[in-house]
Design a protein around this ligand. Structure first.
Ligand code: SAH
Ligand code: SF4
Ligand code: F3S
Length: 471
């Protein structure tokens, strides 16, 4: 997987019918939002929708019908920037023809600030992740007075705790439990785009989780840039995770992204033992070489990481996935081999593998030359990806004939006659619709008949313990 699920643009063309119906006769300005980047951005778009709705804005799933076009952006790698520029070019024409208001929100707005407004004079509004409360006013000024505006101050306390996200229906829900990051990994732009780390009051998080359960959500993902460093009074992340998993009606709880430095035994125990916490940990490695890890500012060595993997695996079958960066400043072939070595030692279920991309303002950009040639970065990335693909396929094929428990999510992307869901390890499962009822939101045992590196294909079990009814 070279393109991370964290970085898939979410096209509103695919929004469910309910959203489109809601906008059909809308009298107020109509807003089209396109979201890029990680799940935190998807969650932020739900917050933005709530803030805008309260002020009389409406939403459309069709960009060409909109009065306001908003892009909630990502700055993590250069290609995230390029993707936005492509989309902006499309809407620049709409601005010339119909005078639509164009807003750039999120991490890129925060990272580039005035430079972006100067370079792209057709952008009307620029708002960073801590400035969303100002968006309705800035849009109103832009619509009524053609006034350009910007809100890019970072805050040390903003958590939007009082805003109820405006989510679309479905069985998957997200909750941001903390925002920002204080780790300053040298390659990473996030501490500059999302500011200082701050955790939400657990009461707000649990209220939100209960509300999601009442709305029919069956799987909750707790989000934070460094989610396991969550702390609020005497609450740590393990306590929060267990409390969310205890909520009636929630079948599965996941979390992303944790940092390997914050893994107390209580957190590993919770993942290993709580029946509603998925036994899956995404454990970003980044590099397996000590000198590179030190340069990256990751606060662990190869052996620290492997010790943590051991501690996790000793508690039982917990699936591990990871993120890796290839070609970081000064990385030699031998140092890259250390990363490969860790990949081989651990055999992750899957991995997101990225070419290092230098980001403005970061410690690495200031301190180390970006000196690994692009083709070398690409070749190392492909070498790991190719190898990982085989491991993922091997692991998936080892499930042939076995029953896996799947949370049913709906029709598969490719066909209305197929259903899909995910295993506890977060592997996609697809099967043909049959007489066996598989209601959305239920847990269904599926026998695996076929597998690729990314997907299991199977058929639901026709006997006895067919479904765990949703409570
Ligand atoms: N908070 C998470 C990372 C979020 S960013 C963590 O600490 O693990 C998601 C992934 O993008 C990172 O894990 C890293 O592998 C990748 N990434 C971040 N900055 C990058 C850069 N400058 N170049 C290439 N990949 C990068
Ligand atoms: Fe970036 Fe490191 Fe923070 Fe993750 S922990 S968001 S990689 S600075
Ligand atoms: Fe991208 Fe910002 Fe998320 S940089 S990955 S949208 S935190």
């Amino acid at each position: 997987m070279s393109a991370s699920h964290l970085l898939t643009p979410i096209s509103l063309h695919k929004r469910p019918a309910a959203v489109q119906a809601h906008t059909a006769d809308a009298p107020g300005p109509r807003v089209y939002i396109e979201t890029f980047g990680c799940q935190m951005n998807e969650y932020d778009t739900e917050l933005l929708r709530a803030l805008l709705k309260k002020r009389g804005f409406h939403f459309t799933a069709i960009g060409t019908e909109a009065d306001v076009v908003l892009f909630n952006t990502c700055a993590i790698r250069e290609n995230a920037h390029n993707r936005l520029y492509g989309h902006l070019a499309e809407f620049k024409r709409a601005k010339q023809e119909r005078g639509v208001v164009i807003g750039v929100l999120g991490c890129m707005a925060q990272n580039l600030k005035k430079d972006l407004l100067a370079e792209r004079p057709f952008i009307d509004v620029l708002v960073g992740p801590d400035g969303y409360r100002r968006l309705p006013d800035l849009l109103t000024d832009a619509l009524e007075f053609r006034k350009r505006g910007m809100a890019v101050d970072l805050s040390e306390s903003e958590t939007y705790d009082d805003i109820v996200p405006d989510r679309t229906e479905g069985i998957n829900g997200w909750i941001a439990v903390m925002r920002g990051c204080d780790n300053f990994c040298s390659f990473c732009v996030v501490p500059y785009t999302r500011g200082r780390e701050r955790s939400r009051d657990p009461k707000g998080v649990l209220d939100e989780a209960r509300r999601l359960a009442d709305q029919g959500v069956r799987q909750i993902t707790l989000l934070g840039q460094n989610v396991n460093s969550y702390h609020y009074d005497d609450w740590d992340f393990a306590k929060l995770l267990v409390s969310v998993a205890d909520i009636n009606g929630i079948q599965r709880v996941r979390f992303t992204s944790p940092h390997p430095k914050d893994f107390p035994p209580a957190l590993i125990e919770a993942v290993a033992q709580h029946p509603h916490i998925c036994r899956h940990i995404h454990l970003p490695l980044q590099s397996g070489n000590d000198r590179i890890l030190e340069r990256m500012g990751r606060c662990y060595t190869q052996s620290d990481y492997l010790r943590l993997v051991d501690a996790i695996q000793q508690t039982g079958p917990i699936t591990l996935t990871t993120d890796v960066i290839c070609g970081f400043c000064g990385e030699t072939e031998e140092e890259f081999q250390d990363t490969f070595h860790v990949m081989q030692a651990v055999e992750f279920q899957s991995a997101f593998v990225f070419k290092y991309s230098e980001r403005k303002h970061t410690i690495a950009a200031r301190k180390y030359p970006d000196d690994v040639p692009d083709p070398v970065k690409g070749e190392r990335t492909n070498r790991i990806l190719e190898w990982q693909k085989q491991i993922s396929a091997k692991k998936n094929r080892s499930l042939y004939g076995q029953s896996v428990e799947v949370l049913v999510e709906g029709h598969s992307k490719k066909s209305e006659t197929q259903l899909m869901g995910h295993t506890e390890s977060n592997v996609t499962v697809v099967w043909d619709q049959s007489d066996t009822p598989c209601p959305v939101g239920s847990l269904v045992p599926v026998i695996v008949d076929e597998a690729s590196a990314s997907t299991l294909f199977g058929h639901p079990v026709h006997s006895g313990r067919r479904f765990k009814p949703v409570q």
